[in-house]
Design a protein around this ligand. Structure first.
Ligand SMILES: O=C(O)C(=O)C[C@]1(C(=O)O)C=C[C@@H](O)C=C1
Length: 260
C-alpha cells in the first residue's frame, strides 16, 4: 500500500534514519523557498490589513491568498494527507478528489495537533525581517504566493515531528510510557532531544544556504565570493531558534496523546 510519508518509505520501514532522511530533504525545500522569497523586497502592503478590500473578505492580502489557495487545495484533497496542515482550518471545503488510502502510521490523536498559528507568527513577526530586504516593488500577490510556499515548507517540516515521535516511541516504548502516563512534558522533551543531531543540522543548513544561494557564473574570476542569496547564519538561526524547537514541541504534543 502506498503511504503518506515522503518518498517511498513504507510503514514497516519507518526508522529514525528514514524519517531523518526526509527532514534532510525538506531542508532543501525550505532553503530554496527562502531564496525565492528574496527575489522580492519586504513589500509590507501585502501584510497591511487596510491595504486592500477583497469582496466579502477582511484581512491582509497575504491572508487572502493563503486562505483562498488552501480552500482550492482542500477541494483537490491536499489535507487528506496526514503530512499537510492548513493555516486556516475553519470553514475549509471538503475534498472532492477520490479518497486515497494513506497507510495509517500515526496515532489518531495526531489529527488534533496543528501549530500553524505559531509558525505564522514566527514567520511574519520574526523571520521575514531577517532575510527580506527593505523596499516595495508592488509585486504583492507574487510576494504572498512566495510566502505561502515558505510557510507550507516550514509547516510540513515542523509537523513531521509527529512521524519522528512515532518512530522514537516505537523504538523504545518502555522509555516513553512512564513520562506519557504522568504527562510530564519536560521528561518527554529530554528523552527526545539529541543535541549532537541538532548541532549537525545547524551546520548543514548553513552550508546548504551557501551552496544553493551562491552566484553561479562561467567566469571563475568574476564569482562574487561570500555573497549569498539568503544569509547562511539566518538559516542556521531559523533552525536553532524556531524550526527545531517547534518540531520538538510537535513531538511532545504527539507523545502526550500517544497512549490515549
Ligand atoms: O532527529 C531527531 O532525533 C529529531 O528529533 C529531530 C530534531 C530536529 O528537529 O531536527 C529534533 C530534536 C532532536 O534534538 C534532534 C533533531
Amino acid at each position: 500500500m502506498a503511504m503518506a510519508l515522503n518518498d517511498s518509505v513504507s510503514a514497516n520501514a519507518l526508522t529514525l534514519d528514514s524519517v531523518r532522511d526526509s527532514l534532510v530533504r525538506q531542508e532543501d525545500t525550505i532553503i530554496f523557498a527562502l531564496i525565492e522569497r528574496t527575489r522580492f523586497p519586504i513589500n509590507s502592503p501585502a501584510y497591511n490589513h487596510s491595504y486592500a478590500k477583497f469582496p466579502g473578505y477582511s484581512g491582509s492580502l497575504v491572508q487572502f491568498v493563503v486562505r483562498e489557495t488552501e480552500a482550492l487545495l482542500a477541494k483537490a484533497g491536499k489535507f487528506t494527507n496526514p503530512e499537510e496542515h492548513p493555516f486556516f482550518p475553519t470553514d475549509l471545503p471538503p475534498s472532492e478528489a477520490p479518497p486515497y488510502n494513506y497507510t495509517k502510521v500515526l496515532h489518531p490523536a495526531a489529527a488534533s495537533i496543528n501549530i500553524n498559528k505559531s509558525i505564522w507568527k514566527m514567520y511574519f513577526d520574526e523571520l521575514l525581517a531577517l532575510f527580506a530586504t527593505p523596499g516595495d516593488d508592488g509585486n504583492y500577490a507574487s510576494t504572498a504566493a512566495s510566502d505561502l510556499v515558505c510557510l507550507q515548507a516550514l509547516s510540513r517540516r515542523i509537523h513531521y515531528g509527529k512521524f519522528v515521535a512515532e518512530v522514537k516511541f516505537r523504538e523504545s516504548p518502555r522509555e516513553y510510557e512512564p513520562a506519557i502516563r504522568s504527562q510530564d512534558r519536560d521528561a518527554l522533551m529530554k528523552l527526545l532531544t539529541v543535541e549532537s543531531v541538532e548541532e549537525m543540522v545547524k551546520k548543514r543548513v548553513a552550508k546548504k544556504a551557501m551552496v544553493f544561494g551562491q552566484e553561479v557564473t562561467l567566469d571563475n574570476n568574476n564569482a562574487k565570493k561570500g555573497k549569498y542569496k539568503v544569509d547562511p547564519s539566518v538559516v542556521s538561526r531559523l533552525y536553532a531558534e524556531w524550526v527545531m524547537p517547534l518540531t520538538k514541541l510537535v513531538q511532545v504534543e504527539y507523545l502526550l496523546r500517544r497512549l490515549d
